[in-house]
Design a protein around this ligand. Sequence first.
Ligand SMILES: [Ca+2]
Ligand SMILES: [Ca+2]
Ligand SMILES: [Ca+2]
Ligand SMILES: [Ca+2]
Length: 489
Amino acid sequence: MKFLKILKKFSRPALAALLWTLAAGPAKGESGHRPRLLVGYSEAGFGKALASRASEAGEARFLSSSPIEILELDPDEDPEAAAARLRQSPGVLFVEVDEEVEIHAEPNDPDFELQWQFSSGWIELDAARAWDHVTAAPDLTVAVVDSGCDAAHPDLAPNLWENLEEIPDNGRDDDGNGYADDMRGWDFVNGDPDPDDDNGHGTMVFGILAASGNNRLGVTGVVWKARVMCLKNLGPDGRGRLSDSIAAIDYAVAHGAAILNLSWGFLREGAPSLALAATLTRAEEAGVLVVASAGNDGVENNPDGGIATYPASYPNANILAVASTDRDDALSPFSNYGGKSVDLAAPGEGLLTTYPGGKYQFFTGTSASAPLVAGAAALLWTQQPGLEAWEVAEALVAGVDPVPSLAGKMRSGGRIDLARPLGISNADPQNPGETPGGDTPPYLVSENGGGCILQAASPLVRTNGRAAASLVLIAGMAALWTTARAREP
Ligand SMILES: [Ca+2]
Ligand SMILES: [Ca+2]
Ligand SMILES: [Ca+2]
Ligand SMILES: [Ca+2]
């Protein structure tokens, strides 16, 4: 069984270390949630557990496609004691106490955004050249597993995934997937069919990935037209539980998501969660590409014995770990890095994107970098649908713009380029790609983050004289903005 293969990847000492860590770890989260355990079963043990839970009508929940149980305990029950008890049961392979994951949006260093003024010039993502060939990923579902999204945002609504097998608002689970009325994904935090965004993070990730492009409104994502599945695993404080995250990933895979964007994680010394590892390996076996933010701790992700952020640092070939760079292609000071564990970088400082309430906002962190890469993957996979997930990952890694200062800090030693993975030459002055529109672009007002007013700027002109890509780039507090306006391919 595949699941057992996953477990074999973890050595006995690693397993022992994990169990030791769990035994020594904190008994309860700070969130006031009822404590949960993640219980992994052997094949035989799983059958027995299923049978016994069915007769108990207890509060256990089995993940749809795996021998892992999310076991909810009584509020006053000590999870460590319960875990220790369960570990003695035959057929139980591992027991983990559920833990918190958190977003990678805000850097730890509060002043880094003020350093914009020191940068000059523009990096070259080659978006315009890429968009000359492909702008949309209409046949591909991308799951944003995050704090939910503002489904009513006019710049996002056209690109929402819909579960066509489900009839909304009738209180029934029409498609029999275990979730009633899950027309637009699921809120795993609150257990309801509306993955509304009470934090803003998921809406910002969505916008960078796939805000509707070429619609004369707001911003554009890397992908102009897509199907984005919003799954909510993070609450209003940007924190969530591993168990909800695992259930959300499972849901995405079960419903055909080709790409997962995971702009969150947890920093861990020693053995990572086996439950999450197994879930992501199942995603790998299902052919799903996972794009994960490298984390905002400013440290090296060193899964070989040191500290590392997960899920970014799992070794699976289908996982791309993304660091953040600034306008000068320098590694963001908050960004995690890793010569082996981080794959590539993408801009992650002050990216303008969608925000709940129909608004727009600047977004900073490796959380902002990951959806740029997920979007690049969606474009590539649309252009070359025959590729395997790991081949998409490798093409993006091989197609970076090399940056000397990033050498050794990440596997590719470079920053994402949108055109080169598509096989488009980087130097082709005869074909500068789509140019921004000359019509009056809309005015954008950001009501957060210091009340910046974005002035709709004249089309941005780069030093080489070519019209700029319509990717949004922000210059300090005075924002330059250029709208995407191009033909459909
Ligand atoms: Ca359903
Ligand atoms: Ca229904
Ligand atoms: Ca909700
Ligand atoms: Ca737009």
